[in-house]
Design a protein around this ligand. Structure first.
Ligand SMILES: Cc1cc2nc3c(=O)[nH]c(=O)nc-3n(C[C@H](O)[C@H](O)[C@H](O)COP(=O)(O)O)c2cc1C
Length: 490
């Protein structure tokens, strides 16, 4: 086992003094993730998302290029606000995050054909029961050799709430309070229900596992009652590596407490820096964690070609496949705002409706080059069609990598979460044009130093939750007495 530490493997290798970046490919188990209408583009294979080959080809492409992770978004309901209520139809032709298959099932197939790629899978603490979720992640952590990560979300769509039998969503901050207890439950199951050495597989004595080393967790809290024991034996990481992406106060606090990697999202590095600083300060001051134990990744959409002009032409060509209705459906789901009653000419910078104006004000003030342009429906659709609301780096390899490097220098981020407009097209372009330039500048690994390690070893240098992580206190290590859980009876 490796020595615990906070440095990721790519930081350690090579003689370059520059921090090597963590690169994550952002996808969804759907024909249309963040590029409504683009499913029909010739370089997009996402219409084959129901086929294992789509996933195994993609995983191999990324693994061979030394990407650190593939991260699969997920939602549990349709985008039904635009032209609603409860109407998914406008987004259907564009496949605007509809249909969406479950992400977890793709992982074992991808793991079987790759060595190092980490698989980040989104699952919701609002709609999944902790006992069942713990089992599913343990299963996949086993089957992937410890390469699974959980993107913890509390979910944001009313349509999901209705489909899970609620009239409306659980209130926002209450969702995070539930999530916090949820994490205690799964830590108890993953870390503390089985001792490290509970599985003995002793053919002589006929003992598969030692019952003395397995225990119930007796969790009885405000939201959950789970006696245990965990029905799965300890997997390579026990707790899967933990991703999160909260932006609200409650979301940031939750992330600063539990996450091992956090996705931040803003148009400008000037805005990412305070987000990253705030997360790290919270982690240290409120939760006693070493801030370097949280990797921070910024979202980015890259359109790259041989020259700046060729990249601009590529942008225009991609945009020609966009679907305005699909984009407005996504806008509706993300913001809760139905723009269907407005004309195409309405400039939302000046609209009377405050909720719309606040979203658009933020965009018009921060999306580079847009200060003096009208923000009307066609422009919102155009912006969202190429990578949703992530910032865009468009140009030659030099232009794009200059921009990435600028972001890294201006912020304290550890890497990027790279969206796709076409899949695998966007990733093929990044691999062909961007990675060599990053590598030339010492910003990205040229090989994986330690092959076949778990996600946590690759990103934090330790197989187990680090000592300062709140889940660590639940761990039942070999030869030790079980830790006492204050609120439970062991
Ligand atoms: C890069 C990124 C990926 C996200 N992926 C998902 C997802 O797959 N499913 C989901 O329900 N929410 C997802 N979210 C939303 C966040 O979980 C979170 O709800 C959102 O950032 C708002 O923050 P808040 O919950 O603190 O208000 C994502 C956010 C970001 C920035």
């Amino acid at each position: 086992m490796s020595v615990e530490g906070s440095r990721n493997e790519s930081e350690e290798q090579g003689s370059s003094k520059k921090k090597q970046l963590i690169l994550n490919a952002f996808v969804m188990n759907s024909p249309g993730h963040l590029a409504p209408g683009l499913w029909k583009h010739p370089r997009n294979n996402t219409s084959e998302y129901t086929q294992l080959k789509f996933w195994t080809d993609l995983a191999q492409l990324l693994d061979q290029a030394n990407f650190h992770a593939i991260f699969i978004a997920d939602v549990l309901g349709g985008y039904d606000v635009y032209k609603g209520p409860a109407n998914v139809s406008p987004g259907v032709p564009a496949a605007a995050q509809f249909p969406v298959n479950d992400p977890l099932y793709t992982v074992p197939a991808m793991a079987a054909v790759t060595k190092n790629l980490i698989f980040g899978v989104t699952a919701s603490t609002t709609y999944d029961q902790p006992y069942a979720l713990a089992r599913r992640f343990s299963t996949v952590d086993h089957l992937s050799g410890g390469r699974v990560a959980w993107n913890i979300v509390t979910s944001y769509l009313d349509s999901a709430a209705r489909n899970f039998g609620l009239d409306t969503q659980v209130e926002h901050d209450e969702r995070y309070r539930i999530a916090d207890e949820y994490l205690d439950v799964v830590y108890k199951l993953w870390e503390g229900s089985w001792r490290d050495d509970a599985v003995v597989k002793d053919r002589e004595s006929g003992q598969y596992a030692d019952p003395e080393r397995i225990r119930q967790i007796h969790h009885k809290g405000k939201y959950f009652t789970v006696p245990g024991p965990h029905i799965c034996e300890p997997s390579p990481q026990r707790t899967p590596f933990l991703f999160q992406a909260g932006t609200s106060k409650a979301g940031k606090e939750f992330g600063a407490k539990h996450a091992e990697a956090i996705f931040v999202s803003a148009q400008l590095p000037e805005l990412v820096k305070p987000q990253a600083d705030a997360i790290r300060a919270l982690a240290k001051d409120q939760f006693g964690r070493d801030p370097s134990h949280i990797k921070i990744l910024a979202g980015m959409t890259i359109i790259v070609a041989e020259t700046d002009e060729a990249a601009e032409r590529k942008r225009a060509e991609l945009l020609s496949y966009g679907d305005k209705e699909g984009a407005l459906a996504l806008f509706g789901g993300w913001t809760g705002i139905d723009l269907s009653s407005y004309t195409d000419d309405e400039d939302f910078r000046f609209t009377k409706e405050p909720s719309i104006r606040s979203v658009i004000d933020r965009w018009s003030k921060t999306v580079p080059g847009s200060e003096n342009l009208p923000w009307n429906k066609p422009r919102i659709a155009e912006y969202l069609t190429l990578g949703g609301i992530t910032p865009k780096a468009i140009g030659s390899p030099k232009t794009v990598v200059d921009e990435l490097e600028r972001w890294v220098e201006m912020t304290s981020i550890d890497g990027f979460n790279l969206t796709n407009i076409t899949n695998p097209g966007s990733f093929e372009d990044i691999i062909e044009f961007v990675l060599p330039e990053l590598q030339r500048r010492g910003l990205f690994r040229t090989k994986v130093e330690k092959e076949g390690v778990t996600a946590r070893e690759a990103l934090l240098g330790s197989p187990w939750l680090l000592e300062d992580h709140p889940g660590r206190k639940f761990r039942w290590a070999a030869g030790e007495e079980p830790p006492i859980y204050p609120e439970t009876t062991v």
